[in-house]
Design a protein around this ligand. Structure first.
Ligand code: P53
Length: 478
């Protein structure tokens, strides 16, 4: 791999930090999400209700363990560590003028500790986080005022950490909300739950546009604060393949991919794409934005594109194949399982070639540097008799994806900045709220009920990844 390739690891504030009410932190939208389970949805409660299990309140208490964790990251050889700033540590309610100094100091110390250990921070401004107050009393990003609150927050932290942080991402997986499946996604992306009587797609698109405008403003502002900043967007890339060579399947896949590309098109090109304008008009959506907003989009295009990659999907129009209906995008279209790939215990379809496919497709579409900021395998881990976790399934997953990533860079000429596997240390799962859907190369002693000593322990994948980094991706054997 290229000499300066950024091998690293990734987490998000709310999934690791805990300390949810410490040092002046406000309640975040993640703090009112209960524990779900494999196939059991998490609930979003009206404020914090005593007696409920909120796994993010303590998480793995990274807030108080980060120094010891960074020593492990250093031992592993990480060159970059992706985390996020928890907005509610800086602005507890979101609409304050003055930031909370104790919250600012925490990230000052965290970023200094990373730098001291030669680890570059890669910082997401909003990873499924916003003050609960902004969701509850303003309607989240449906409300134009929230754009200004976000810009004020971003300006505060970008100024404060301008000498410590170079790589920034605006909104994590901003395109998740477009899948229309889960209220969890509009909640965590944009801070609202669609109400009966509302057109779900229309309100989601309005909130999305507001977020995209906020993101563009922050990109322009960041470049003014420090011209050396590299500011990227962050997409979830779950490619949708045509199930068959039937032309309708191919066209359906292309139309469904627009849900993913819509956000990236605006982030990278600074314009609302023609297919979206045509759809809004056809469906009679009245989306509010001004000429000044359009100018802001144009001015705030990103420096690079980051994305998560876990799995792929397939779509068909063939009546004989059962699937889940998405025909509003294309007549008769259904998302179906792909017979050519296996799935994880959570039904995520494992497809390493899909990563090369995404790298090629996205690079060709935008011609901007890319960064894989999430990739990993959520699994149940068990201790062997020797007291260690031999997570060969995780190593296999990562190895096969790194092999395809290498092909994209070395054979296909894709400009890739780095690779940060997800949940480098065990964390609270976002989708299910479980601790036991583990991604880490470092085990954390904690279970789904919240019990455990929080003790850290290396898994077999730790030693393996250490060797991968030390050989710059040359030796992938275990
Ligand atoms: P969990 C869907 C598809 C791809 C990535 O997810 C996704 C989702 C949302 O469920 O989310 C990202 O923990 C997200 C992380 C999250 C990670 O994937 O549900 O950015 O916060 O933890 C893995 O297994």
């Amino acid at each position: 791999m290229p000499k300066d390739f950024l091998w690293g690891g990734a987490v998000a504030a709310h999934q690791v930090e805990g300390a949810y009410n410490v040092d002046g932190k406000g309640v975040s939208i993640a703090d009112v999400m209960t524990a779900g389970g494999n196939g059991i949805p998490r609930q979003i409660t009206d404020g914090i209700i005593p007696g409920e299990n909120y796994p993010n309140h303590e998480a793995i208490d990274f807030y108080h363990h980060y120094k010891e964790d960074i020593q492990l990251f250093k031992e592993m050889g990480l060159k970059v560590f992706r985390t996020s700033i928890n907005w509610t540590r800086i602005f507890p309610n979101g609409d304050e003028e003055e930031p909370n100094e104790a919250g600012l100091k925490f990230y000052d110390d965290l970023f200094s500790e990373l730098r001291k250990n030669d680890i570059e921070p890669l910082v997401t401004l909003s990873h499924f986080e916003m003050p609960y107050h902004l969701a509850k009393h303003y309607g989240g990003f449906k409300n134009l005022q929230v754009i200004d609150f976000f810009v004020h927050y971003a300006e505060t932290v970008m100024k404060r950490y301008q000498d410590k942080v170079t790589y920034w991402l605006t909104f994590n997986e901003i395109n998740n909300q477009a899948d229309g499946q889960h209220d969890l996604h509009t909640w965590t992306n944009s801070g609202f739950i669609p109400q009966p009587g509302e057109n779900k797609e229309e309100v989601t698109m309005q909130a999305s546009l507001n977020e995209l405008i906020a993101s563009a403003k922050v990109v322009a502002l960041g470049h003014a604060i420090n011209p050396n900043f590299k500011i990227g967007c962050m997409m979830a890339y779950v490619p949708i393949y045509p199930y068959s060579a039937n032309p309708d399947d191919v066209m359906a896949a292309s139309k469904l991919m627009e849900r993913r590309f819509f956000y990236n098109d605006i982030h990278a090109r600074g314009e609302i794409p023609a297919y979206a304008l045509a759809r809004f008009e056809r469906l009679g959506y009245h989306l509010e934005y001004t000429a000044a907003d359009l100018a802001a989009l144009k001015k705030g295009t990103v420096d690079f594109i980051s994305f998560s990659y876990y799995m792929s999907d397939a779509v068909t129009t063939l009546p004989e194949i059962a699937g889940h209906d998405v025909s509003s995008e294309y007549p008769g279209a259904k998302i179906v399982s792909n017979p050519y790939v296996k799935a994880s215990d959570w039904g995520w379809q494992i497809d390493p070639v899909g990563l090369r496919y995404v790298l090629n497709t996205v690079y060709q579409r935008y011609n901007l540097p890319l960064f894989i900021v999430e990739n990993g395998f959520g699994a149940y881990d068990k201790f062997s008799a020797d007291g260690k976790i031999h997570d060969t399934y995780r190593i296999d997953y990562l190895r096969s994806h790194i092999e395809e990533m290498k092909k994209a860079v070395l054979l296909d000429g894709v400009d890739l900045l780095g690779y940060t596997p997800w949940g480098i240390i065990d964390i609270v799962s976002f989708g299910s709220g479980e601790m036991e859907k583990r991604y880490g190369m470092i085990y954390v002693d904690k279970d789904n009920q919240g019990h455990g000593t929080l003790k850290r322990q290396k898994k077999a994948s730790f030693d393996w990844y250490q060797q991968v980094i030390a050989t710059n991706g040359e030796n992938l054997d275990d």
